[in-house]
Design a protein around this ligand. Sequence first.
Ligand SMILES: CCCCCCCCCCCCC/C=C/C(=O)SCCNC(=O)CCNC(=O)[C@H](O)C(C)(C)COP(=O)(O)OP(=O)(O)OC[C@H]1O[C@@H](n2cnc3c(N)ncnc32)[C@H](O)[C@@H]1OP(=O)(O)O
Length: 308
Amino acid sequence: MIATLLIQHEKLEQLPSGGTLSPYGVHQKHGQITSQALQLLSSQRRQFSNTYISVKLDETSGVAVMKLKRPPVNSLNMELLTEFAINLEKLEIDRGCRGVILTSAVPRIFSAGLDITEMCGKNADHYGEFWRAVQEMWLKLYGSSMVTIAAINGSSPAGGCLMALSCDYRIIANNKKYTIGLNETQLGIVAPFWFKDIITEVIGHRAAERSLQLGMLYSPTDALKIGLVDEVVAEDKVQSTASAVMAQWLTLPDHARQITKSMMRKPSLDRLVTHREADITNFVSYITRDSIQKSLQMYMEMLKKKGR
Ligand SMILES: CCCCCCCCCCCCC/C=C/C(=O)SCCNC(=O)CCNC(=O)[C@H](O)C(C)(C)COP(=O)(O)OP(=O)(O)OC[C@H]1O[C@@H](n2cnc3c(N)ncnc32)[C@H](O)[C@@H]1OP(=O)(O)O
């Protein structure tokens, strides 16, 4: 609650008076901030490290590096998604933070996407709660007013690719063993409309249609060809390139860049916010189908066999 109030307070100062741009937290005007809350914020500032996420904020540059750290593959379970949303919100309200580089602390993997075990063999309430956490992660990341750069230092299928797609810029390591894409159909499942919307925005309708239907996973160079990533660089240059690109983006005045970003992203964000409950209901009724549960179980078995 305090965090939400503070987001609204701090970032609002950079927007035109009364300029409510989006309903996703950062641009809305609400109640008064108590001095106690402000003190709490300053004492908590820049200390964001939890079980599955580590955050380091460089106070000089105003850039935070947020690392996913859930070995072996950074699969996105409920706890990681929740920690992610909380940490991003903390950075959002921190006046000293203007940009976030999202990357992985796990060698060779950016993120294996949603944790499939969260979508198998559980009850409907669990699925609903899980899907809300997935939506929340996306609304926070895609709706962030900060500059967000994905430093993709490993494979990034499905939900991992969604995270990268939600950033402002994507840099991937030049290693042909790494793949990136929305491969949901290969699991026998459908990517929801907002996954579809965002990949379409990034790579265009024709490429997205082909990519989604075939559940394609791309090598870094192929991903660059279709515009799924913005740059392919040597493995040891991913972080330094991300910092250099960030520095370039941060030369722009926040105010103008943020409003422009919001204008570009608002329609997609609005669409999910408007249909959020229906999207959860759809997800639950879809994922509880016997045929879908069977597909996911078979896919998990295939992964386990491959690992042996
Ligand atoms: C009417 C229609 C209405 C439509 C309505 C639509 C509603 C919405 C529908 C549902 C939408 C869901 C959207 C889903 C999004 C997702 O993100 S699903 C996840 C997809 N992810 C993948 O396919 C990646 C799978 N993993 C891999 O390919 C590889 O693991 C890897 C990432 C390339 C790494 O390879 P490697 O280093 O060789 O490691 P492995 O040995 O394969 O794996 C290590 C262990 O990790 C386990 N694991 C891997 N991925 C996951 C995962 N995503 N979730 C859970 N666990 C995972 C793997 O099983 C290994 O486990 P152990 O064998 O126990 O060690």
